[in-house]
Design a protein around this ligand. Sequence first.
Ligand code: GDP
Length: 433
Amino acid sequence: QPVLAVVGRPNVGKSTLVNRILGRREAVVQDIPGVTRDRVAYDALWNGRKFTVVDTGGWEPDATGLQAAVAAQAELAMSASDAVLLVVDATVGATATDDAVARVLRRSDRPVLVAANKVDSERAMAEVHQLWSLGLGEPMPVSGLHGRGSGDLLDAVLAALPESPKDLVGHGGGGPRRVALVGKPNVGKSSLLNKLAGEQRVVVDSVAGTTVDPVDELIELDGEIWKFVDTAGLRKRVNTASGTEYYASLRTKAAIEAAEVVAVLLDASEPITEQDLRVITDIVEAGRALVLAFNKWDLVDEDRRHQLTRELDRGLVRVPWAQHVNVSARTGRAVAKLAPALRNALDSWDTRVPTGQLNAWLNELIQATPPPVRGGKQPKVLFATQAQTRPPTVVLFTTGFLEAGYRRFLERRFRETFGFEGSPIRFSIRVRE
Ligand code: GDP
């Protein structure tokens, strides 16, 4: 169900208003993990529609970090929700802190509503129009205390919320997906590109609205047009004078940056090298989707296959989530499997786990296996949200640092539950002291 995030500085009457929205029933959906009492997400029902209310009050600033707390709160609200409700105290007007939050929220691609709270009298009503200055549209007068205006506010909230949460983010801009084909010299990049492009070379002019750099190439695979980036170096063999390797590695990095998904070509007939692993690391660090293509499979016999399996167990521990395709650019073996693997990786790269689902999973996991005590204290994991896609980025809000081993445990279980084959995932921990 869709998520409404409620933000506002302390003392604007946020909690009272949240209770008002919940009809004071406070149906708790996520009594967030383990021992904590910091309930932040609630089920709400209005006019027969259910939605989740996330009260970001848990991040109210302490004396030290007002600006940081405000920014984090607004950021969380935007990333974790389908719509944002900013609560402002109409009797005080817009403060510098309100302005700071509004500035962040104005950049939101989610709808933002402004509740002018504490409008308990006609006199307070007169102050409401001043809140237009926040630049977030018409302020809606409410009284959390008396309930005034809350029906209208809820109607507006429902109108702003989508029917279902945004769980999939399209790849903005449209056009063909961008692929880079990388790998060490002589691994067969140009051979594979020729094989792939063979019959299906696309005439650029025939694809509406695409601009293609001379170094890029449009190739139709599996009924879809793909943009292979920086292919010029692949087609014309770069001569190997001194310095070329440096140049080639820069060029590889640039191609990775330009791509959404990278196919790394490895020579299956020869041992995996440091250089291969370095490229894979670069791709993971750049946050790009990844497919591992083992080329020259026509040269692989039984012995080599067993040896390769051992090399993979040792060398590719960082990317157990990457899909493998065993191809031969020479014979054409399995090259048709490349496009579905690329698409699968991109699907993962684009996926967003809805906040409610993510926290239900997290809650259960942490009940069963709470974070280990550290420095005599039990860190609590308060809340998680997948703040981004491309690559998927999960933000965990905690009350203390989590041990590396426990973080890895969470990451592993996250993949076990939600998949994400072919995509790196980033986890970021925000500690609220
Ligand atoms: P690049 O430097 O990565 O572009 O590699 P090339 O495409 O130029 O290939 C290097 C050499 O490997 C050439 O002699 C190719 O014929 C050969 N080669 C490429 N793919 C295959 C393959 O699948 N099987 C075999 N046996 N040889 C291949």
